[in-house]
Design a protein around this ligand. Structure first.
Ligand code: PEP
Length: 258
């Protein structure tokens, strides 16, 4: 595989500053770990700065779970790209299904955020994926295509190549019911094909596409072995050091990236 795998920890609304800081300080990284695998941690906002300090010198990257598209202004309760950079972030998750479904974020709004991320030098991790109803109605590919087309509107091929996309079927997130690697590979190959048609083979060959949805140490290998799957976005199994370490090791041992 020519793409470097990326294993990402989405901590959602979990961990105090102290808990997050301890995780980062105690995570057993090896000096050359991040040459083989990109490891990114997405803590809650309150812990970003402390985790950024604790990760210094490790090569592990830091990201936020969401952001507002504007730099500043009267947006009570929101956080801006400048603030995330200031706290030490280089990455940001955008369009997570919990943002789309619980907080009603539209593709158009997510698109503004993706563009803002690029303007400020933050790497977007764009999430797409179908609900159970959509899957049962045979709409998986149509939904992914609609979300990609809306969320990526106006981007160029270089930006597509530089970002990360996470295919996360909503029914698999936090449920313990993971998609089979065959299903995940099929959707991710479809996504890569779609991006190839729109942005060219080079960008589509470079963009990293993760699978997310109940990934754990016992199933990470199935995904990493798939041709089109470049790592995982992990919620529950990223909260404990042992389990997240096993996921990173799984990617390290099974990825054929050189
Ligand atoms: C996620 O938060 O994006 C996710 C995939 O969660 P989980 O691994 O818990 O299913």
């Amino acid at each position: 595989m020519m793409r470097k795998p990326v294993i990402a920890a989405n901590w959602k609304m979990h961990k105090t500053i102290k808990e997050a800081e301890n995780f980062a300080a105690e995570f057993p990284y090896e000096p050359d770990l991040c040459e083989q695998v990109d490891v990114v941690i997405f803590p809650p906002y309150t812990a970003l700065f402390a985790v950024s300090e604790a990760l210094k010198g490790t090569g592990i990257k830091l990201g936020a779970q969401n952001m507002h598209p504007d730099e500043k202004g009267a947006f009570t309760g929101e956080i801006s790209p400048l603030m995330l950079k200031d706290a030490g972030c280089s990455c940001v998750i955008l369009g997570h299904s919990e943002r789309r479904h619980i907080f009603s974020e539209s593709d158009e709004y997510i698109n503004r955020k993706v563009k803002a991320a690029f303007r400020h030098g933050l790497k977007p991790f764009l999430c797409v994926g179908e609900t159970l109803d959509e899957r049962q109605a045979g709409l998986t590919q149509e939904v992914c295509k609609r979300q990609l087309s809306g969320s990526l509107a106006g981007l160029n091929a270089d930006e597509i190549a530089a970002m990360v996309i996470a295919y996360e079927p909503v029914w698999a997130i936090g449920t313990g019911v993971n998609a089979t690697s065959e299903d995940a590979e099929k959707s991710i190959a479809f996504i890569r094909g779609y991006l190839g048609e729109k942005y060219g083979a080079e960008a589509a060959g470079q963009v990293r596409i993760q699978y997310g949805g109940s990934v754990k140490p016992s199933n990470i290998g199935e995904y990493i072995r798939c041709e089109n799957i470049d790592g995982a976005l992990v919620g529950g199994a990223s909260l404990e050091i042992d389990s997240f370490y096993s996921l990173v090791q799984g990617a390290l041992q099974l990825a054929v990236y050189a």
